[in-house]
Design a protein around this ligand. Sequence first.
Ligand SMILES: *[C@@H]1O[C@H](CO)[C@@H](O)[C@H](O)[C@H]1NC(C)=O
Ligand SMILES: *[C@@H]1O[C@H](CO)[C@@H](O)[C@H](O)[C@H]1NC(C)=O
Ligand SMILES: *[C@@H]1O[C@H](CO)[C@@H](O)[C@H](O)[C@H]1NC(C)=O
Ligand SMILES: *[C@@H]1O[C@H](CO)[C@@H](O)[C@H](O)[C@H]1NC(C)=O
Ligand SMILES: *[C@@H]1O[C@H](CO)[C@@H](O)[C@H](O)[C@H]1NC(C)=O
Length: 333
Amino acid sequence: MRIEYLAAAKICLAIATQVAAAFPDPLPLTGPFFFVHDPSLVQRDDGKYFLFTTHDKAGIITATHLNGPWTEVGSILPDNSSIQLPGRDDIWAPDVSFHNGEFYAYYAVSTFGSQDSAIGLAISQTMEPGSWVDHGLVFNSTTGDEFNAIDPNLSIDELGNPILTFGSFWDNIFQVSLTKDLRTVTSSPVQVSFNSTSPNPEEGAFVWKHGSFFYLFISSGEQYSEPFRTDDLPPAGDEYKVFVGRSKSAHGPFLDKNGIDMRETGGTLVLGSHGNIYAPGGQVIFTDKKTNRDVFVYHYVPVDSPSPYNDSFSSLGLNGIDWSSEWPVLTAL
Ligand SMILES: *[C@@H]1O[C@H](CO)[C@@H](O)[C@H](O)[C@H]1NC(C)=O
Ligand SMILES: *[C@@H]1O[C@H](CO)[C@@H](O)[C@H](O)[C@H]1NC(C)=O
Ligand SMILES: *[C@@H]1O[C@H](CO)[C@@H](O)[C@H](O)[C@H]1NC(C)=O
Ligand SMILES: *[C@@H]1O[C@H](CO)[C@@H](O)[C@H](O)[C@H]1NC(C)=O
Ligand SMILES: *[C@@H]1O[C@H](CO)[C@@H](O)[C@H](O)[C@H]1NC(C)=O
């Protein structure tokens, strides 16, 4: 009797857990469709929102309200990156943040499937098109390295020292230390996340401080079909999802909710496909100055995109974050 009762309770718990795992829909956006991939969202002191995207030479998309309309107004690097590598005219994953009175955009130069990659830096006073000055190479990787120098994210550690978190495929996510002027790498890469059950699935990492923890977010899974085709998406189950782990140090080790190290395939699910949302990833957080709320920002492919269904329909997702459990739980905005 008692065992049956416990079994029934366990089933109820399992159902409750499934219900709790349902994700909230993103904020509905007004205005025409705009492409966004690997978004970075920064709000200027005057309240204006600047969204940056992969492709379009690091496209700049602005809005005065979070729910739009959003308008593509230009690019960070309209004349390509000064880094002499293939991909210099197709910038990936710009990561913009405010430091020392200026906006710093770390960006990646690479081509699909190549490890001959570099992280570059452009700086602006205003984030407007035409205001960005390219400072070129910060860090690179070459074929045969353990890592791949793409998807940069700048963060400041517990001692006030800058670090770049980066990587994808090739043993996943690494960190290096930077000089205080944020332009030069001073250490060898150290791995902070790795999924051993699948050779290459993590990318798009960033580190966010909340309360007394640093949270490492990653996108895990595939964003394109395998073998690579731009007119198809990965099969359900293999597609992008967002995971998190946390540490008292910005350098890790980052542990998930079950205490598993992210270097040993740990990671607590933050967001996966649901409803009209497919393959969410490329995530970032910013704090909205108007509401003082943390906003979770990501890209996804809408399930109701025109057929054939491909990554060029990649759209902006925005949600709130409930931190009350000291783990990020997405909410509606
Ligand atoms: C940027 O790259 C494209 C493609 O390689 C090239 O056609 C174009 O001339 C470049 N622009 C500049 C300003 O160098
Ligand atoms: C960066 O590229 C140069 C060649 O341009 C290469 O010698 C060097 O090893 C690369 N750096 C890394 C970290 O792979
Ligand atoms: C990078 O990390 C910083 C600070 O942790 C955060 O403010 C920023 O939004 C992140 N950017 C991206 C593109 O992940
Ligand atoms: C995605 O689909 C649209 C509409 O069918 C098409 O115009 C576009 O070329 C496709 N893009 C890619 C990358 O295959
Ligand atoms: C690790 O890889 C497996 C197999 O692809 C996947 O099911 C799992 O979600 C991944 N976990 C993380 C935390 O990346």
